[in-house]
Design a binder for this molecule. Structure first.
Ligand code: BGC
Ligand code: CA
Length: 305
């Protein structure tokens, strides 16, 4: 196994939301507080960036009819990259000081995206302010969960009967029975896959973004611990740990590369002091790549418009 830096310090705030676009062999990701979306072409090595006006950019996924679905602050819309045009089609949590956070499409191409209260400091939002929504092809927004603290990672099992979901505070990976046909979770079926503890005394920090491999095991970013762990959702046991150097605020990961056997990892610079950035956190805000893990992911789902 080997860990390398693909893009050194490419994010100035919170590097997040990696999505491997299989069709173009590029990595999409965001720099949340900066309000930037990035597109790294793995063939040319070029990292393109667009600035979104009017708020944080927290998720970017390709749309089946071209362009991307992007969140800006508490809105969702379509981004035409070539003309840098953002067309908003939904707004949530009106009257609250909220923004979107992590989001991902389900196997039928519906977007699941959660919100959170804006933070005073990283990982210190207004508690209970967030909700989890879906956006379907009719652009209809439906709320599925409320009272969330930091709505984060999402993943589905191969049989599509289970959805995994992370609320980073107080550190839970949850599982819900999933109805793929209707795009709904059975809230009564909620169970805890793993609890990370209070975020202060545990070994894994806060669970943040997540992906799933073809063996059904979860890869979870451990915010504040500079690592990704592989978790067996059946037992809640940690099967493997992958550390990244000089960047403790690991935020998310996804599989990518021609064979989907490389793990791409984002991390945050937000919250890192200038002194730390010169020393122990010199790779904060970078994108890392892990090879030789011996596991693969599936192509990420795109938005079906
Ligand atoms: C959020 C950050 C937060 C972090 C902590 C990220 O998903 O975007 O704002 O500080 O999670 O878990
Ligand atoms: Ca996240």
């Amino acid at each position: 196994m080997s860990v390398s830096v693909v893009l050194k310090n490419s994010c100035s705030t919170t590097g997040e939301g990696p999505h491997w676009d299989d069709a173009s062999q590029s990595l999409l990701y965001v720099d949340i507080i900066a309000g930037d979306v990035h597109r790294w072409n793995s063939a040319t090595g070029e990292d393109q960036k667009l600035h979104m006006q009017g708020g944080e950019a927290t998720l970017i996924v390709p749309s089946s009819t071209g362009g991307y679905i992007v969140s800006v602050g508490s809105t969702l819309g379509h981004l035409d990259w070539d003309t840098n045009t953002y067309t908003k089609f939904a707004e949530v949590d009106e009257g609250k000081n909220n923004r979107f956070n992590d989001g991902k499409c389900d196997p039928k191409g519906r977007l699941w995206a959660g919100t959170m209260g804006r933070e005073v400091r990283p990982a210190e939002p207004e508690m209970g302010a967030g909700s989890l929504y879906t956006l379907d092809k009719q652009k209809k927004v439906v709320s599925h969960l409320s009272g969330l603290n930091i709505s984060n990672g999402l993943a589905w099992t191969e049989d599509n009967r289970t959805m995994f979901f992370i609320d980073s505070l107080p550190g839970n990976i949850f599982a819900y029975d999933y109805d793929l046909e209707h795009g709904t979770i059975n809230t009564g079926s909620k169970r805890v896959v793993m609890n990370f503890g209070d975020g202060k005394t545990n070994h894994h920090g806060l669970p943040d973004g997540m992906t799933i491999d073809t063996e059904g095991k979860l890869w979870v970013a451990c915010y504040s611990k500079g690592k990704i762990i592989r978790v067996d959702p059946e037992t809640g046991k940690v099967l493997k740990e992958v550390s990244v150097p000089n960047a403790s605020r690991t935020t998310s990961c996804c599989f990518g590369g021609k064979n989907l056997d490389e793990l791409y990892i984002t991390c945050a610079r937000s919250g890192v002091t200038d002194e730390e950035f010169k020393t122990t956190e010199s790779l904060a805000g970078s994108v890392f790549k892990v090879t030789g893990l011996g596991v693969k992911g599936k192509p990420a789902y795109v938005f079906q418009a």
